[in-house]
Write a protein that binds this ligand. Structure first.
Ligand SMILES: Cc1ncc(COP(=O)(O)O)c(C=O)c1O
Length: 404
């Protein structure tokens, strides 16, 4: 028998990810399980008829854009439409400020490629979006956790020496927190002073249930040079995933023109260009006002679900967990009253009880934070959320977690 040749090993970073993520990503396929782990939109909000009509139309009307290769920076008309959408009295944007990505995740991946040498430092809002940690893992970065809610938070010290700072100021994933205006301003001032890139990742900006939206950091930054095309340190990222549908895989990065050029170099080695079909669909949807049309229904459904989840949590989980009711987004972040709570250990009990939630370790670059849970409220209706919370309470009982 001939011996099999030894094959080269997989890259080292692959061994540094974790299995917990896989468990909860696979949860949607387990029959009967209530999945409150993912950040998934409610599929009945997808504007199916409108998107089907737009898609049919653009395939016929724009054959070359839709079926050929397109420019790496994105369809020029879509870049113009996004520049118009995000311009404000403070912020002047031109096409050169806008880059189209294959949704938000690609923006994060390209950001790592253009900014990080192996081992370099990222200043990161803590806890942090799991997908961002995944995107940057191949570069083995080091992290400085920045806790924006800490009364002693010092923005200049937080940003100094980092390659970039990563924040999700609107209803952060996972914490659901809204960063206040003073802290936004402090971060922007510190980015200008230290020269650090300040990433403002904003997939949830339109999902606000109580109160008006707060100013974007890129707008605050643009006040320094009003009336001129944006050239500052803020890198603003968005996506259609939560505003229309994640299957479109259309997102954007808005930044200084030099940053856009760097992203284009990285995208050449990733996918050459975002799908022309979905870019054309996105453009037509934006021009037809589809986002504004479906937004009230989305907000109404999600607000009711958030409220139902929090009512059920008050009834069944308040002996074990503390949380704040989020004013937007998709998640409640619940912290164990007992500091020794280990939510990695809770997960198998939760799965056995028929519910899946995301443990805090996956949102911590070091994996050490095991005291909290991220609970999604957008994907299940009110009765499923209530039942999911009852099952979670059974998991706490089964694990014998002490009651406060
Ligand atoms: C903070 C944050 N950024 C980026 C994304 C990426 O989303 P997508 O790739 O679907 O645009 C998500 C998705 O949940 C997110 O929560």
């Amino acid at each position: 028998m001939t011996q099999q040749p030894q094959r080269p090993p997989f890259a080292d970073w692959l061994s540094k990810t974790n299995d917990i993520t896989r468990t909860f990503l696979a949860a949607s396929r387990v029959p009967g399980l209530i999945n409150m782990a993912g950040g998934l939109p409610e599929p009945t909000t997808f504007p199916v008829a409108e998107l089907a009509a737009i898609a049919a139309e653009v395939v016929h009307q724009h054959k070359q854009d839709v079926l050929g290769y397109g420019p790496v920076e994105g369809l020029p008309e879509l870049r113009d439409a996004l520049a118009k959408r995000f311009s404000s009295p403070e912020l002047t944007l031109t096409r050169a400020n806008v880059f189209v990505t294959s949704a938000g995740m690609q923006g994060l991946d390209l950001l790592g490629k253009v900014l990080l040498e192996p081992g370099q430092l990222i200043a990161c809002q803590f806890p942090t979006y799991l997908g961002a940690l995944d995107a940057w893992r191949p570069r083995s970065p080091t992290y400085r956790n920045i806790v924006l809610e800490d009364p002693a938070f010092d923005a200049v010290a937080a940003l100094a020496g980092a390659q970039f700072a990563y924040t999700v100021p609107n209803f952060s994933n996972p914490s659901g927190r809204l960063v206040d205006v003073e802290t936004r301003q402090a971060l922007v001032d510190a980015a200008h002073r230290t020269g650090t890139w300040l990433v403002e990742d904003d997939p949830y900006g339109t999902l606000h249930y109580d109160g008006p939206p707060l100013p974007r950091m890129i707008d605050l930054s643009a006040r320094a040079r009003p009336g001129t095309p944006y050239a500052g340190p803020v890198v603003y990222m968005g996506t259609l995933s939560k505003e229309i549908a994640p299957g479109l895989r259309v997102g954007w990065v808005i930044a200084a023109p030099g940053f856009i050029e760097a992203l284009a170099m990285a995208k050449l080695g990733a996918d050459l260009c975002t799908s022309g079909l979905t870019q054309r669909v996105a453009l037509a949807a934006i021009e037809a006002g589809l986002i504004e049309k479906i937004q009230p229904t989305i907000l109404d459904i999600y607000r009711k679900r958030r409220d139902a989840l929090c009512v059920a949590m008050r009834e069944h989980l308040s002996e074990w967990l503390d949380w704040e009711v989020p004013v937007g987004g998709m998640f409640v972040w619940a912290v164990g009253r007992d500091p020794s709570l280990d939510t990695d250990a809770l997960l198998p009990h939760a799965m056995a009880a028929g519910v899946c939630v995301a443990p805090s370790s996956v949102f911590d670059a070091t994996g050490r934070n095991r005291r909290a849970l991220r609970i999604n409220f957008t994907r299940n209706d009110e009765s499923q959320l209530t039942e999911g919370v009852r099952r979670l309470a059974r998991a706490f009982e089964a694990m014998g977690v002490s009651r406060a």
